[in-house]
Design a protein around this ligand. Sequence first.
Ligand code: GLU
Length: 566
Amino acid sequence: MTIDSMTPDDFRALADLLFPDVEKTIADVQAQYPPRDISDGAYVSRFAPSPTGFLHIGAIYTSLMNRMITRNGGVYILRIEDTDQNREIEGGTEQIVEALNRVEMTPAEGPYTSNPLQERGDYGPYIQSERFDLYQIFMKEVVANGWAYPCFMTTEELDEIREQQVKSRVAPGIYGSYARSRQHSLDKIKQKIEAGEEYVMRIKAPNDTNSKIRVDDIVRDKIEMPANNLDAVLLKADGFPTYHFAHAVDDYLMGINIVLRGDEWIPSVPLHVQVNEAIGAPLPMYAHFAPIAKMDGNSRRKLSKRKDPEAAMSYYYENGYPIEAIIDYLLNLMNSSFENWRAENPDAHYEDFDFDLDKLGKASALFDLDKLTSIAKETIAAYTAEEVYEKAVEWAQLYDESYIPILTADKAHSIRVFDIERGGDKPRKDLAKWDEIEEYYGVLFDAFFENYVPAGYADAPEIKNEDMVELLDYLIETTPQTFNEDKMDWLNRMREYAADNGYAKRRKDYKNDPDAYKGWFGDMMMAFRVALTGKTHTPDLYEMVLALGEEKTVARFQRARDHFAS
Ligand code: GLU
C-alpha cells in the first residue's frame, strides 16, 4: 500500500497519525464565525501584505483598489501574511497599519491601530502567525479526505531531482515518479515520524495532465489553464502554512468573496483551485491586476524596490507630495476616466468616483512621475492657503526641520504668501510638493531671500544701473500708494511711469530703435522684480508687494538701491 493506493480509511488513519492532538473539524471552526450579512453584489475583500518592512507604492495601489471595490456596502479587510519567517521584520505589521492609517485607508476588519497593535472584526485573528491551530485543523481534514500527504524528501534529494530534471529537460517540480514520498506505506510513515524525520505536507495533485481549469476573472475575463499536477508544499517543516494553503483557508473562513491580487499569482491559480476543493471551499471571484510598471529602455518592467527610488512610499513622503495627489494619481492609473471626473469634481472625495474593476487594463499601468507632478500641482492649487500652511508645516516637522522656523515665524505672513494667486478661475499651479516651497515662494521669506541677494542680485536686470537707481527712487517713494490701489490702477501707474521715463511700450519698439529708450516696459518690470526679490522667476509682482507689506518692500528697494548706486 502506498499513498497512491490508500483507501479512505487509511487516509483517516494517516490524519490521526499526523495530527493526534487536533480534535476539531473544519465544520466546528466554521460554526465559530457568524455568516456574513452583505448585500447582493457587495464585495468582501482583503489586502494581504507580508510585513517585510518595505512599503511599496504597489501596496498602496492594491489597498486602494480594495478600498474602492468595497465602498458600496462591502467589507475591506487587512490580513497580515507573516508565515514566512525568513522575510518578516520586527515591527513590519505595525508599519503596515500606520501606513494605511496615514493614507486614511484604515480597514473595517483586521489590525487597525499600531500602538498597541490591535485588531477588530468577528473573523479573526487577522494575523496569520496567530492562526497556526486553524491551519492544523484544516490540514488534518485535508489529509483525511485524501488530498495531502507528508513528504520526507531532504533538501539534498530535492536538489538532486532538480538537477536531473534540468539535465533531462523535463518540467521541474515534484510530480509523478519525482514524488517519492508517495511511495510510502502508512507503516513506513509511522516509522519515519517516530524516528523524528522532518517532513512537509504536500498536496496530492491528481495526475491528470489533460484536464483544464476555467475560472472567472473580472480583469482577465476568463483564466483557462492546465490543471495543477505538482505536489506543492502546503505546510512547511515548521508546521506553518505556505501562502497557497493559508490564503485559501483564511479567505474561506473570513467570507472573502473576491480575491483581488497581482497577476503574478495567475500561474498559481490551478493549484489554488485544488486547494479550495481540498478544504471544501467555494471558489471566490478572482481579479488579477497588472502591477505598476515603468519603461526601462524599450521594455516594461515592474517598479523595483531595488532599482527605483520611486517604488518606495517613503520617497513621496520625504519629497512632500500630498497624499491626496498620490491617491488621485493611482486612481488615474487604474481608470482613465478618473481624470475627467476629477476635473469636474475638484473638491469631491475620491471614494465618490464610480470605480470600475472591469476597466482595469490587462497590461501594466506605466508609472509617470511627470503625470504625478501635474496632478500634485492641481491638488495643491485646490487647497486653501491655510491648508497649504498646515500641510507644509506637518511635512517639515517630519522631513525638513529647517523649514519650520521659516514658515512658523510669522504664520499670518506665510498664509498671505500662500494665498498669492490662489483660487479664482486661474489659480497659480506651481507647487507639486512641499520641498519646492523655497523654489517658488522663497523670495517672500526673509530667511531664504537673504540667500539670494547677498550674491549680488545675480539675475541682473537688463537696464543700466543709473536707470535702476532712478526707478528705485520712484518705487521707494510710491510704495505706500500701492496699498490703496487695485491691481489695474497699479499697473496703469507703472505703465505711465514707463512712458514718461523713457521706456518703450512694446519690445518691438525698443528693438527697432534701442538708442531711443532705456529699455522696454518688460525690462523695467523685470528690474522691479529683481530689486524686490533678487530673482527673475517669482509670483505676481503686485501680489508680492501686498504680501510683503510696506516696510519690507521699501527696505528691499532701499537695499537694492544701495547696491546699484555703488
Ligand atoms: N501576501 C501575498 C502577497 O503579498 C498576498 C497575495 C494575495 O493578495 O492573495 O503577494
